[in-house]
Design a protein around this ligand. Structure first.
Ligand code: 4NP
Length: 152
């Protein structure tokens, strides 16, 4: 199962989702069945390391983001991944514009799998990485539950 998380810059939300999801599958002992990554819709932060807010929040849970630098979403990612997950409505519009038509129903907003579908809180202007983490944890848990229910 190949999963790609996508946000605007690939330094705050989507790397947080990438490493939360990696930690979740590792704790379940099923990490060999997954390839998990993240990417940006914009070129703004390409090559930059993960934002200190995301880094600090994940370190509270013993999760490292070492080695991750921002990369941009590319057209060929559509074939490579089974799930391509945007963080908010703006990401969704950009993802759909950048990728081929979603004939495989692969493109979703992360929290559309939760009981309370909504955008992931954006920490860029608020500096609030706690709410972002809670949203991302909820989304990843719901996504993993769906994947496991489908028998992958
Ligand atoms: P992210 O946060 O999309 O969650 O990585 C942002 C990163 C960069 C910008 C905005 C949001 N930016 O405007 O460059």
């Amino acid at each position: 199962m190949n999963i790609l998380f996508v946000c605007l810059g690939n330094i705050c939300r989507s790397p947080m989702a990438e490493f939360v999801m990696k930690d979740m599958v590792e704790k379940k002992g099923i990490s060999d069945d997954f390839y998990i990554a993240s990417a940006a819709t914009s070129t703004e932060e390409i090559g930059n390391s993960v934002h200190p807010g995301t880094r600090r929040k994940l370190s509270e849970y013993g999760i490292s983001v070492a080695g991750k630098t921002a990369v941009q979403l590319k057209r060929s990612d559509y074939e490579k991944y089974d799930y391509i997950l945007g963080m908010d409505g703006y990401n969704m519009r950009n993802i759909r514009r950048m990728l081929p038509e979603d004939t495989g129903n692969k493109i979703h907003r992360l929290l559309d799998f939760s009981k309370n579908p909504r955008d992931i809180a954006d920490p860029w202007y608020t500096g609030d990485f706690d709410t972002t983490y809670d949203d991302i944890y909820e989304g990843c848990e719901a996504l993993l539950e769906k994947i496991l229910k489908e028998g992958h």
